[in-house]
Design a protein around this ligand. Structure first.
Ligand SMILES: Cc1cc2nc3c(=O)[nH]c(=O)nc-3n(C[C@H](O)[C@H](O)[C@H](O)COP(=O)(O)OP(=O)(O)OC[C@H]3O[C@@H](n4cnc5c(N)ncnc54)[C@H](O)[C@@H]3O)c2cc1C
Length: 699
């Protein structure tokens, strides 16, 4: 093992990168060393002691400098959120709390944030979306129910008014939404229709005599269901309904498609439910019980014509419909396109949850000692290769997703300013893909983290239970993940067709244009055998591998779809290829994530932080390639020995990341009073005493 340690110092030059001028001979020796020494997997009990090499890491991480780079522009506002809640213990959510108390507390938390701490998230949705998402992530760390309640108020209810309405709506509602005088809901989902929004059945019929719309729930399947803020606090709802206009033809009516309407649901003074509106409680949920989800039924509820959110379609006083968009499907796409902000927020907040759970699991794994070589002290459980295998890819992923979601926020902010059409398409797809990919990953990770902390991971005070329950639904709301990934695949296929029609590809998909031709030819039999560490750690190789896989998947699914659609029709063919399409979408999103991670490594101005990020990035990339090694082997993209070398190096990098895991989780810069798990304290030596105090023991 000693020689492996030496090798680590050979392989990393001072700043962590391979020295480009290294002689061929040195490289050859280095490669030989790597192959000759035993991998950590073969560690005997004696080796375990050597593996416990805290203080022997070859990379030195300056936590402050790394976290400064990670923080981004909006850390100050997050600190204000943390400080406010830290100074108000009565606003912190206790471990045991009833549904009703939790809902009231959550409302007080939001009111406190807005009115007492003076943090007004709503205005940032317009002025600086990055700041808004930073606040959202921070409040989600305080209590995820609070994050979602805030999201319902500002992204969903507020966002629908800002993005689907026009100036008259903004003038009338902005202030009340901003200062919480107008708590509201976003009522899209119905009992019978969730993902299939075009199937909604609620109707809004125009009455030209009274210049009003009449909102109706035509059957119980059309009851609005799961509506956040509806059961207790909401005064208004943005209701999605089919706009029906009277006509003079034989049919008598015309369906203009789904539109959004502002419907008052409770009296502003008495808070009584308004006539014609029936509200029930969706009840106790698996998580997020601080949010009051309710069900709404409407019976001939009249609202002024002005309450139609008319950015994409309007009705005149005499009942004429006008729109700048030519068809129902175009209007529908434009309406949904304006709502992507919610997905951006969920993807970003999900990374926040992943960071918290990785922080707790890594710190505890460093603290916890079990077994060890005979007659020697016990060792940290993070020194077990199996524990590294569980946690290190997660730590690396948290870094990778951090940069990817920051990129998404930048693109989203740019889109809001420029309204550039290509960018709208890109952001729509990227937000759908990252939301689906990241939330699914975090949901799985939460269970692994809990298990990695053994029995103490099961104590509610150590957070995994509530994080897991609260986060779980991130996979479903704001678009079910399986449905969202199909949108990504659909967009890629559209781009693919454009390519073969000679059209241009948009920026995010540029790599397809650049690389499609070369990727679709046979893999290069020479590079398929390159197995040196310098090659495997070259970002060009790593990105090439990810993109090669995406391009192959795209090309092969396009061929299959064409073939099956002849016999099964387009819907049947899509369904026949569905799993293939989902894999394609995930593969594409992984390519984007890696690309953004590599960019972040290359842009890092501090050499020691850059070296640390490079190590994590390599670990991330090789772990993912190894996970899918069967695919690469099947097409001879990697030869058998190269596959082995990838595995060996991936395990070794994981081991190196482990050596600086404490610094890497500290660099997330989330204070103990936010992570709140006694077993996950930054000063790990205090963890057990915090935990015993919690149970009632005096220290
Ligand atoms: C806690 C909570 C809060 C919510 N808040 C709100 C809110 O404030 N406002 C609001 O309007 N809605 C809200 N919702 C509703 C939420 O947006 C929907 O649940 C979501 O859109 C999914 O719809 P669904 O539940 O009908 O699932 P379905 O669409 O019925 O999906 C069920 C399963 O079928 C699969 N499936 C569906 N379609 C396809 C397909 N085409 N291809 C492959 N698989 C498919 C899905 O992957 C999923 O596994 C909330 C839901 C919850 C649970």
């Amino acid at each position: 093992m000693e020689s492996r340690e030496e090798n680590a110092s050979i392989s990393m030059s001072g700043d962590g990168f391979l020295d480009k001028d290294q002689s061929i001979v040195t490289r050859r020796i280095q490669r030989l060393c790597f192959h000759l020494q035993p991998a950590p997997e073969s560690a005997s009990c004696g080796d375990l002691e050597v593996l416990n090499c805290a203080g022997r890491a070859k990379i030195v991480v300056n936590t402050d400098r790394l976290s400064e780079y990670m923080r981004g522009k909006h850390r100050d506002i997050q600190q204000r959120v943390y400080d406010y809640f830290n100074s108000r213990p009565e606003l912190q959510t206790p471990l045991e709390i009833s549904k009703d108390e939790h809902r009231e507390l959550c409302m007080r938390q939001l009111m406190g944030l807005v009115r007492e701490a003076g943090i007004r998230p709503f205005r940032y949705i317009l002025e600086d979306p990055g700041k808004y998402f930073a606040i959202l992530e921070a409040v989600g760390g305080v209590d995820m129910s609070l994050g979602i309640k805030m999201g319902v108020q500002y992204s969903l209810w507020g966002g629908s008014v800002l993005n689907l309405g026009t100036k008259k709506h903004q003038d009338k509602f902005f202030e009340g939404i901003d200062n919480m005088e107008y708590p509201g809901c976003f009522a899209m989902t119905e009992l019978h229709h969730g993902s299939n929004v075009q199937g909604l059945q609620t109707v809004a019929t125009f009455d030209p005599l009274k210049d009003e719309f009449i909102i109706d729930t035509p059957n119980d399947g059309a009851i609005k269901w799961w509506i956040g803020n509806a059961a207790v606090h909401g005064k208004f709802a943005t209701v999605f309904a089919k706009l029906i206009l009277p006509t003079h033809d034989a049919k008598g009516i015309s369906d203009m498609g789904v539109h959004a309407f502002i419907v008052p649901i409770r009296d502003m003074k008495t808070h009584e439910t308004l006539p014609g509106v029936e509200i029930h409680d969706c009840g106790h949920k698996v998580g997020l019980n601080g949010v009051d989800n309710g069900a709404l039924r409407f019976r001939s509820v009249r609202i002024p014509r002005d309450n139609l959110l008319n950015r994409f379609g309007d009705v005149s006083r005499d009942g004429k419909y006008t729109s700048s968009l030519p068809s129902i499907s175009k209007r529908f796409a434009a309406t949904l396109g304006e709502l992507v902000g919610g997905r951006v927020g969920l993807a970003y907040s999900s990374v926040g949850v992943l960071k918290i759970s990785v922080i707790i699991a890594v710190r505890y794994s460093l603290l916890r000692q079990q077994f060890g070589p005979p007659k020697q002290p016990e060792i940290s459980i993070l020194d077990y290769q199996s524990q590294q295998h569980k946690l290190i890819p997660m730590l690396a992923s948290a870094y990778a997703y951090h940069f990817a979601t920051l990129h998404l926020i930048d693109k989203y902010s740019e889109m809001k300013k420029t309204h550039d059409e290509q960018l709208i398409g890109d952001v729509h797809t990227l937000s759908a893909g990252l939301k689906a990919y990241v939330t699914s990953y975090t949901a799985k990770s939460l269970s692994i983290c809990r298990e990695a902390c053994g029995g103490h991971g099961y104590a509610a005070v150590n957070r995994f239970g509530s994080l897991r329950n609260d986060h779980d639904i991130f996979q479903t709301f704001e678009g079910d993940n399986t449905v969202l990934l199909q949108q990504v695949a659909g967009y890629l296929l559209k781009q693919y067709q454009e390519k073969f029609r000679g059209g241009t590809l948009t920026v995010t998909w540029n790599y397809l244009r650049v690389s499609m031709n070369s990727y679709l030819s046979q893999p290069n039999p020479v590079t398929a055998r390159w197995e040196g560490e310098d090659h495997l750690r070259d970002p060009k190789f790593q990105l090439d591998a990810f993109r090669y896989r995406t391009s192959r998947l795209l090309q092969s699914v396009a061929v299959r779809l064409r073939k099956h659609s002849k016999t099964l029709g387009s819907f049947g063919a899509w369904n026949r290829c569905l799993n293939h399409l989902l894999t394609l979408a995930e593969s594409h999103i992984e390519s984007v994530i890696l690309e953004k991670f590599i960019d972040a490594v290359q842009s890092c101005p501090d050499p020691s932080s850059q070296a640390a990020l490079k190590l994590i990035c390599d670990s991330y990339a090789l772990d993912r390639i190894w996970n899918d090694i069967g695919t690469y082997r099947n097409v001879d993209y990697v030869a058998p020995n190269k596959a082995k070398a990838i595995h060996k190096l991936s395990e070794y990098l994981s081991f190196q990341v482990k050596n600086v895991a404490k610094e890497l989780v500290d660099a997330f810069d989330i204070p103990d009073y936010v992570t709140r798990a006694p077993i996950g304290m930054q000063a790990t030596e205090e963890a057990y005493s915090q935990y015993t105090q919690f149970a009632g023991f005096e220290n």
